[in-house]
Ligand binder design. Structure first.
Ligand code: PAF
Length: 307
Protein backbone atom coordinates (compact mmCIF):
# COMPACT_ATOMS: atom_id res chain seq x y z
CA UNK A 1 0.00 0.00 0.00
CA UNK A 2 1.21 3.51 -0.78
CA UNK A 3 1.16 5.46 2.48
CA UNK A 4 2.21 8.97 3.44
CA UNK A 5 2.84 10.17 6.97
CA UNK A 6 1.99 13.87 7.13
CA UNK A 7 3.94 15.15 10.13
CA UNK A 8 6.82 12.75 10.67
CA UNK A 9 7.76 13.81 14.18
CA UNK A 10 8.51 11.15 16.78
CA UNK A 11 5.14 9.38 16.65
CA UNK A 12 4.68 9.77 12.90
CA UNK A 13 8.14 8.29 12.39
CA UNK A 14 7.40 5.25 14.59
CA UNK A 15 4.16 4.55 12.71
CA UNK A 16 5.73 5.18 9.30
CA UNK A 17 8.85 3.20 10.21
CA UNK A 18 6.92 0.07 11.20
CA UNK A 19 4.67 0.35 8.14
CA UNK A 20 7.75 0.61 5.89
CA UNK A 21 9.39 -2.39 7.58
CA UNK A 22 6.30 -4.43 6.74
CA UNK A 23 6.92 -3.72 3.04
CA UNK A 24 4.53 -0.82 2.40
CA UNK A 25 5.61 2.01 0.10
CA UNK A 26 6.02 4.72 2.72
CA UNK A 27 6.67 8.44 2.30
CA UNK A 28 7.24 11.05 5.00
CA UNK A 29 6.16 14.66 4.52
CA UNK A 30 7.56 17.09 7.03
CA UNK A 31 8.83 20.65 7.16
CA UNK A 32 11.82 19.62 9.33
CA UNK A 33 14.43 19.59 6.56
CA UNK A 34 17.32 18.13 8.61
CA UNK A 35 15.10 15.14 9.58
CA UNK A 36 14.00 14.64 5.96
CA UNK A 37 17.59 14.87 4.66
CA UNK A 38 18.97 12.48 7.28
CA UNK A 39 16.30 9.84 6.49
CA UNK A 40 17.05 10.08 2.77
CA UNK A 41 20.81 9.91 3.39
CA UNK A 42 21.12 7.15 6.01
CA UNK A 43 17.62 5.84 6.74
CA UNK A 44 15.46 6.24 9.85
CA UNK A 45 16.99 5.05 13.13
CA UNK A 46 14.45 3.69 15.64
CA UNK A 47 15.54 2.42 19.05
CA UNK A 48 13.63 1.34 22.13
CA UNK A 49 10.69 -0.90 22.76
CA UNK A 50 10.33 -2.25 19.18
CA UNK A 51 14.09 -2.88 18.80
CA UNK A 52 17.14 -0.91 17.65
CA UNK A 53 17.60 -0.66 13.88
CA UNK A 54 17.81 1.44 10.73
CA UNK A 55 14.84 1.45 8.34
CA UNK A 56 16.06 2.29 4.88
CA UNK A 57 13.03 2.04 2.59
CA UNK A 58 11.36 5.39 3.44
CA UNK A 59 11.32 8.33 1.05
CA UNK A 60 11.11 11.64 2.90
CA UNK A 61 10.32 15.05 1.47
CA UNK A 62 9.11 18.53 2.31
CA UNK A 63 7.18 18.67 -0.97
CA UNK A 64 3.90 16.78 -1.58
CA UNK A 65 4.51 16.85 -5.35
CA UNK A 66 7.38 14.38 -4.74
CA UNK A 67 4.91 11.91 -3.25
CA UNK A 68 1.84 12.06 -5.51
CA UNK A 69 -1.52 10.52 -4.70
CA UNK A 70 -1.51 7.85 -1.99
CA UNK A 71 -3.86 5.12 -0.78
CA UNK A 72 -3.59 6.15 2.86
CA UNK A 73 -2.54 9.48 4.42
CA UNK A 74 -1.83 9.27 8.14
CA UNK A 75 -2.02 12.71 9.73
CA UNK A 76 0.33 13.11 12.68
CA UNK A 77 0.99 16.86 12.81
CA UNK A 78 0.22 18.66 16.05
CA UNK A 79 -3.43 19.64 16.24
CA UNK A 80 -2.37 23.31 16.18
CA UNK A 81 -1.47 23.05 12.48
CA UNK A 82 -3.90 20.45 11.11
CA UNK A 83 -5.60 22.85 8.71
CA UNK A 84 -2.45 24.33 7.22
CA UNK A 85 -0.86 20.86 6.95
CA UNK A 86 -3.77 19.36 5.00
CA UNK A 87 -4.03 22.44 2.77
CA UNK A 88 -0.36 22.50 1.90
CA UNK A 89 -0.24 18.73 1.31
CA UNK A 90 -3.52 18.26 -0.54
CA UNK A 91 -1.60 17.07 -3.65
CA UNK A 92 -1.34 13.62 -2.01
CA UNK A 93 -5.12 13.25 -1.63
CA UNK A 94 -7.06 11.69 -4.50
CA UNK A 95 -10.72 10.68 -4.72
CA UNK A 96 -9.97 7.27 -3.20
CA UNK A 97 -7.38 8.27 -0.61
CA UNK A 98 -8.26 7.36 2.96
CA UNK A 99 -7.20 10.01 5.47
CA UNK A 100 -6.53 8.76 8.99
CA UNK A 101 -6.04 11.14 11.91
CA UNK A 102 -4.32 9.72 14.98
CA UNK A 103 -3.78 13.16 16.50
CA UNK A 104 -4.47 14.43 19.99
CA UNK A 105 -7.25 16.80 20.86
CA UNK A 106 -10.61 17.80 19.40
CA UNK A 107 -11.39 19.54 16.12
CA UNK A 108 -8.95 17.70 13.82
CA UNK A 109 -11.67 15.99 11.81
CA UNK A 110 -13.46 19.31 11.19
CA UNK A 111 -10.19 20.86 10.01
CA UNK A 112 -9.43 17.96 7.67
CA UNK A 113 -12.94 18.31 6.29
CA UNK A 114 -12.09 21.77 4.94
CA UNK A 115 -10.04 19.96 2.27
CA UNK A 116 -11.11 16.29 2.29
CA UNK A 117 -14.58 14.71 1.95
CA UNK A 118 -15.82 13.51 5.34
CA UNK A 119 -16.45 10.07 3.82
CA UNK A 120 -12.70 9.72 3.18
CA UNK A 121 -11.76 10.42 6.81
CA UNK A 122 -11.26 7.78 9.50
CA UNK A 123 -10.01 8.41 12.99
CA UNK A 124 -8.33 6.83 15.94
CA UNK A 125 -6.09 7.11 18.94
CA UNK A 126 -2.67 5.81 19.82
CA UNK A 127 -1.16 4.99 23.19
CA UNK A 128 2.39 4.63 21.87
CA UNK A 129 5.03 7.00 23.15
CA UNK A 130 8.07 8.28 21.27
CA UNK A 131 10.66 11.07 21.33
CA UNK A 132 12.89 12.54 18.69
CA UNK A 133 16.54 12.14 19.70
CA UNK A 134 18.01 13.99 16.72
CA UNK A 135 17.18 14.40 13.02
CA UNK A 136 16.53 10.91 11.65
CA UNK A 137 16.78 9.32 15.12
CA UNK A 138 13.72 8.28 17.14
CA UNK A 139 13.23 6.56 20.49
CA UNK A 140 10.16 4.32 20.59
CA UNK A 141 9.53 4.85 24.29
CA UNK A 142 6.39 2.82 24.88
CA UNK A 143 3.97 0.51 23.10
CA UNK A 144 0.22 0.61 23.54
CA UNK A 145 -3.08 0.30 21.76
CA UNK A 146 -3.96 1.71 18.34
CA UNK A 147 -7.75 2.10 18.09
CA UNK A 148 -9.32 2.91 14.73
CA UNK A 149 -12.86 3.60 13.64
CA UNK A 150 -15.18 5.03 11.04
CA UNK A 151 -16.65 8.39 12.06
CA UNK A 152 -20.20 6.97 11.92
CA UNK A 153 -19.22 3.92 13.97
CA UNK A 154 -19.87 1.36 11.20
CA UNK A 155 -17.43 -1.53 11.12
CA UNK A 156 -16.73 -1.51 7.39
CA UNK A 157 -14.46 -3.64 5.20
CA UNK A 158 -12.32 -0.56 4.70
CA UNK A 159 -11.66 -0.03 8.42
CA UNK A 160 -10.89 -3.72 8.93
CA UNK A 161 -8.48 -3.57 5.97
CA UNK A 162 -6.64 -0.56 7.42
CA UNK A 163 -6.49 -2.23 10.86
CA UNK A 164 -4.96 -5.31 9.20
CA UNK A 165 -2.18 -3.18 7.71
CA UNK A 166 -1.19 -2.10 11.23
CA UNK A 167 -1.47 -5.68 12.54
CA UNK A 168 0.76 -6.89 9.66
CA UNK A 169 3.25 -4.17 10.60
CA UNK A 170 3.54 -5.73 14.11
CA UNK A 171 1.64 -3.07 16.04
CA UNK A 172 0.78 -5.22 18.99
CA UNK A 173 -2.66 -4.03 20.12
CA UNK A 174 -4.80 -2.89 17.17
CA UNK A 175 -8.56 -2.58 17.56
CA UNK A 176 -11.48 -1.37 15.51
CA UNK A 177 -14.05 0.51 17.60
CA UNK A 178 -17.71 1.24 16.80
CA UNK A 179 -17.33 4.31 19.05
CA UNK A 180 -14.12 6.00 18.03
CA UNK A 181 -15.45 9.45 18.95
CA UNK A 182 -15.96 8.19 22.52
CA UNK A 183 -12.38 6.92 22.56
CA UNK A 184 -11.04 10.25 21.29
CA UNK A 185 -12.97 12.05 24.03
CA UNK A 186 -11.76 9.56 26.70
CA UNK A 187 -8.21 10.54 25.77
CA UNK A 188 -9.04 14.25 25.59
CA UNK A 189 -10.46 14.12 29.13
CA UNK A 190 -7.14 12.71 30.36
CA UNK A 191 -5.31 15.57 28.63
CA UNK A 192 -7.84 18.08 30.04
CA UNK A 193 -6.85 17.11 33.59
CA UNK A 194 -3.10 16.62 33.16
CA UNK A 195 -1.71 18.79 30.38
CA UNK A 196 -2.49 22.42 31.32
CA UNK A 197 -1.89 21.84 35.04
CA UNK A 198 1.54 20.35 34.41
CA UNK A 199 2.31 23.13 31.91
CA UNK A 200 1.35 25.83 34.43
CA UNK A 201 2.98 24.29 37.52
CA UNK A 202 5.98 22.54 35.97
CA UNK A 203 5.01 19.33 37.82
CA UNK A 204 5.37 15.86 36.31
CA UNK A 205 2.11 13.98 35.67
CA UNK A 206 2.00 11.95 38.90
CA UNK A 207 3.03 14.87 41.07
CA UNK A 208 -0.35 16.50 40.36
CA UNK A 209 -1.80 13.91 42.76
CA UNK A 210 0.70 14.72 45.52
CA UNK A 211 -0.94 18.07 46.32
CA UNK A 212 -4.65 18.37 47.23
CA UNK A 213 -4.68 21.78 45.49
CA UNK A 214 -3.65 20.48 42.06
CA UNK A 215 -5.62 17.24 42.47
CA UNK A 216 -8.79 19.29 43.08
CA UNK A 217 -8.26 21.37 39.95
CA UNK A 218 -7.65 18.20 37.90
CA UNK A 219 -10.92 16.71 39.21
CA UNK A 220 -12.93 19.84 38.45
CA UNK A 221 -11.51 20.24 34.96
CA UNK A 222 -12.26 16.63 34.01
CA UNK A 223 -15.76 16.62 35.47
CA UNK A 224 -16.61 19.80 33.54
CA UNK A 225 -15.31 18.03 30.42
CA UNK A 226 -17.46 14.99 31.21
CA UNK A 227 -20.59 17.18 31.38
CA UNK A 228 -19.70 18.78 28.05
CA UNK A 229 -19.13 15.35 26.44
CA UNK A 230 -22.58 14.19 27.60
CA UNK A 231 -24.24 17.38 26.33
CA UNK A 232 -22.49 16.92 22.97
CA UNK A 233 -23.99 13.42 22.68
CA UNK A 234 -20.70 11.57 23.17
CA UNK A 235 -20.80 8.13 24.78
CA UNK A 236 -17.59 7.83 26.76
CA UNK A 237 -16.01 4.41 27.14
CA UNK A 238 -14.59 5.15 30.57
CA UNK A 239 -17.31 5.02 33.24
CA UNK A 240 -15.40 7.39 35.58
CA UNK A 241 -13.25 9.88 33.62
CA UNK A 242 -11.94 11.66 36.76
CA UNK A 243 -10.67 8.41 38.18
CA UNK A 244 -9.33 7.36 34.78
CA UNK A 245 -7.39 10.63 34.47
CA UNK A 246 -5.88 10.05 37.92
CA UNK A 247 -4.95 6.47 36.99
CA UNK A 248 -3.14 7.71 33.87
CA UNK A 249 -1.39 10.43 35.90
CA UNK A 250 -0.20 7.75 38.34
CA UNK A 251 0.81 5.33 35.58
CA UNK A 252 2.78 8.05 33.80
CA UNK A 253 3.98 9.56 37.10
CA UNK A 254 7.48 10.43 35.87
CA UNK A 255 6.38 11.79 32.45
CA UNK A 256 6.83 15.36 31.38
CA UNK A 257 3.48 15.92 29.64
CA UNK A 258 3.50 17.05 26.02
CA UNK A 259 2.15 20.46 27.06
CA UNK A 260 4.80 20.97 29.74
CA UNK A 261 7.40 20.01 27.12
CA UNK A 262 5.88 22.58 24.75
CA UNK A 263 5.93 25.45 27.23
CA UNK A 264 9.45 24.52 28.37
CA UNK A 265 10.59 24.82 24.75
CA UNK A 266 8.47 27.94 24.14
CA UNK A 267 6.34 26.22 21.49
CA UNK A 268 2.68 26.78 20.74
CA UNK A 269 0.66 24.28 22.80
CA UNK A 270 -2.44 22.22 21.95
CA UNK A 271 -4.49 24.04 24.62
CA UNK A 272 -7.05 25.29 22.07
CA UNK A 273 -7.78 21.71 20.99
CA UNK A 274 -8.02 20.40 24.55
CA UNK A 275 -9.36 22.67 27.35
CA UNK A 276 -10.16 25.47 24.88
CA UNK A 277 -12.34 23.04 22.92
CA UNK A 278 -14.16 22.02 26.12
CA UNK A 279 -14.96 25.71 26.78
CA UNK A 280 -16.19 26.30 23.20
CA UNK A 281 -18.30 23.15 23.00
CA UNK A 282 -19.61 23.85 26.52
CA UNK A 283 -20.77 27.32 25.40
CA UNK A 284 -22.71 25.76 22.51
CA UNK A 285 -24.59 23.58 24.98
CA UNK A 286 -24.96 26.17 27.78
CA UNK A 287 -22.58 24.32 30.10
CA UNK A 288 -20.36 26.50 32.28
CA UNK A 289 -16.71 25.48 32.31
CA UNK A 290 -14.97 28.03 34.57
CA UNK A 291 -12.05 25.78 35.54
CA UNK A 292 -11.27 24.92 31.92
CA UNK A 293 -11.52 28.60 31.00
CA UNK A 294 -9.03 29.56 33.70
CA UNK A 295 -6.62 26.78 32.67
CA UNK A 296 -6.93 27.77 29.00
CA UNK A 297 -6.31 31.45 29.75
CA UNK A 298 -3.28 30.73 31.92
CA UNK A 299 -1.65 28.58 29.23
CA UNK A 300 -2.50 31.11 26.49
CA UNK A 301 -0.99 33.83 28.69
CA UNK A 302 2.16 31.73 29.20
CA UNK A 303 2.50 31.42 25.40
CA UNK A 304 2.24 35.22 25.09
CA UNK A 305 5.09 35.91 27.49
CA UNK A 306 7.61 33.46 26.00
CA UNK A 307 10.87 35.38 25.58
O1 PAF B 1 -0.04 14.64 26.27
C1 PAF B 1 0.57 13.82 26.99
O2 PAF B 1 1.66 14.07 27.50
C2 PAF B 1 -0.04 12.44 27.21
O3 PAF B 1 -1.21 12.34 26.46
C3 PAF B 1 -0.32 12.12 28.68
C4 PAF B 1 -1.30 10.97 28.77
C5 PAF B 1 -0.84 13.28 29.46
C6 PAF B 1 0.92 11.53 29.30
O4 PAF B 1 1.98 12.41 29.44
Amino acid sequence: MKIVIVGAGAMGSVYGGLLAEAGNEVYFLDVYKEHVDEINRNGLWIEGTSGDRYIKNIKASTNPEDVGIVDLAVIFVKSTITEEAIRSNKAVIGDNTIVLTLQNGLGNIEKLETVVNRTQIISGTTSHGANMLAPGRIRHAGSGATVLGELDGKVTDRINKIAQIFIDAKFEDVKVSPNVMGIIWDKVLVNVGINPLTAITGLRNGELLDYPETEWILEQAVSEGEKVAKAAGITLNTPDPVNHCKEVAEKTRENVSSMLADVSKHRKTEIDNINGAIVRIGEKHNIDTPVNRVLTNLVLWKEKVYK
